[in-house]
Design a protein around this ligand. Structure first.
Ligand code: CP3
Length: 325
């Protein structure tokens, strides 16, 4: 079994943690930028051959222990009739829709078929595990509607969150059925919520999603990342995740002591360290490795995603250092 899947089960006895990064494919890579000169981001996401090529780019370049499907969490909103556009200057622009507010969506997820076709293609060429993913309901909602919406329209929000749960479960199950060996749920925006809505709109929906995934696919591990909430140990545990991906604001050793050993932990290097001097960066890496030495359920990763200005050489040095220290 691969080192990544072993660590997810808390059974990696290698003394070397598996390593992969969020946003390990993308603009910091020359090979990606070259492809982007010819194709838009959306075109890549919707063409099985192109998304396959980009998914494999960081694996070929750095030899990570896991690949993540090249796609975006926001594509799911198209299945609710929302307009989704990625603008270089402004980031994503989402236009909400009546269907979205009614909680009505395309149950066949037809817009996402290229993702599933791409996964099948990637699997033909990949020897390591492939991670599927989706945004959590709250983060998806936060891109489609202003934050004030959750306070002014609570019944509507309940309905939308519930239909997003259905769509996320369906999308993740489709990815697993196509060949993903693990899935990660990203709730990037939820850490900004006050305590009560955080529980009802982030923790509980994720918990319900994981319950349904576990029923459908009992052996597929589920990883959860809630940016800005990594210190809420008890609530994170309540999601029922097999693994928690932690941001860099917590001490990962503290997290391990709080969680006990029955949950895998992934993280949590500050992505800005990849932009700093190699010496500073490897010092940060060492601090994490020392905390997690011989931890059988530890996956080395970033506290968030690779930043676009990161140098490939720095990423390469970190991968090498983690494996050969
Ligand atoms: O390598 C990988 O990790 C897989 C690909 C991946 C992308 N987005 C590609 C992408 C993944 C896992 C995501 C998830 C995602 N997308 C999240 C959750 C995780 C996180 O990063 O917090 C969120 C919040 C989004 C929404 C999103 N998509 C934003 C805010 C942006 C613009 C800002 C940015 O970082 O570029 C995107 C666009 C996007 N998604 C790009 C990539 C490679 C850039 C597209 C380009 O210009 O080529």
């Amino acid at each position: 079994m691969s080192r990544f899947l072993k660590a997810l089960q808390g059974k990696n006895q290698d003394g070397i943690p598996p390593i992969w990064f969020m946003r390990q494919a993308g603009r910091y890579m020359h090979a990606y930028r070259a492809l982007r000169e010819r194709h838009s981001f959306m075109e890549i996401c919707k063409t099985a051959e192109l998304l396959t090529e980009v998914t494999l780019q960081p694996i070929k370049r750095f030899g990570f222990d896991a690949a993540i499907v090249f796609s975006d969490i926001l594509l799911l909103l198209e299945s609710f009739g929302c307009g989704v556009a990625f603008e270089d200057a402004t980031g994503p622009i989402i236009e909400s829709s009546e269907d979205f507010r009614r909680g009505s969506w395309d149950k066949n997820l037809e817009e996402l078929q290229p993702v599933y076709d791409g996964i099948l293609l990637v699997k033909e060429q990949l020897q390591i595990p492939l991670i599927g993913f989706a945004g959590a309901p709250y983060t998806l909602l936060s891109y489609a509607e202003p934050i004030s919406f959750i306070y002014s329209q609570p019944e509507l929000v309940e309905r939308i969150i519930s239909s997003l749960e259905d769509a996320v479960v369906q999308h993740l199950c489709n990815q697993i059925a196509s060949g993903c060996s693990a899935v990660q749920i990203f709730d990037t925006a939820a850490g900004l919520l006050p305590p009560l809505p955080f529980i009802s709109y982030s923790i509980q929906p994720i918990h319900r999603i994981i319950k349904r995934l576990n029923e459908a696919y009992p052996t597929i591990p589920v990883l959860v990342f809630i940016r800005g909430a990594s210190w809420k140990f008890d609530l994170l545990r309540a999601t029922g995740a097999d693994a928690l991906s932690l941001d860099w604001m917590v001490d990962i050793g503290d997290a391990r002591r709080a969680f006990g050993t029955r949950i895998a932990l992934q993280g949590n290097l500050d992505p800005s360290l990849l932009l700093a001097s190699t010496e500073a960066c490897l010092k940060g890496v060492t601090a994490i490795l020392q905390q997690m030495e011989y931890d059988p359920g530890f996956i080395f990763s970033l506290g968030h995603g690779v930043l676009p200005k990161t140098s490939e050489d720095q990423v390469e040095r970190v991968v090498h250092f983690v494996r050969n220290r």
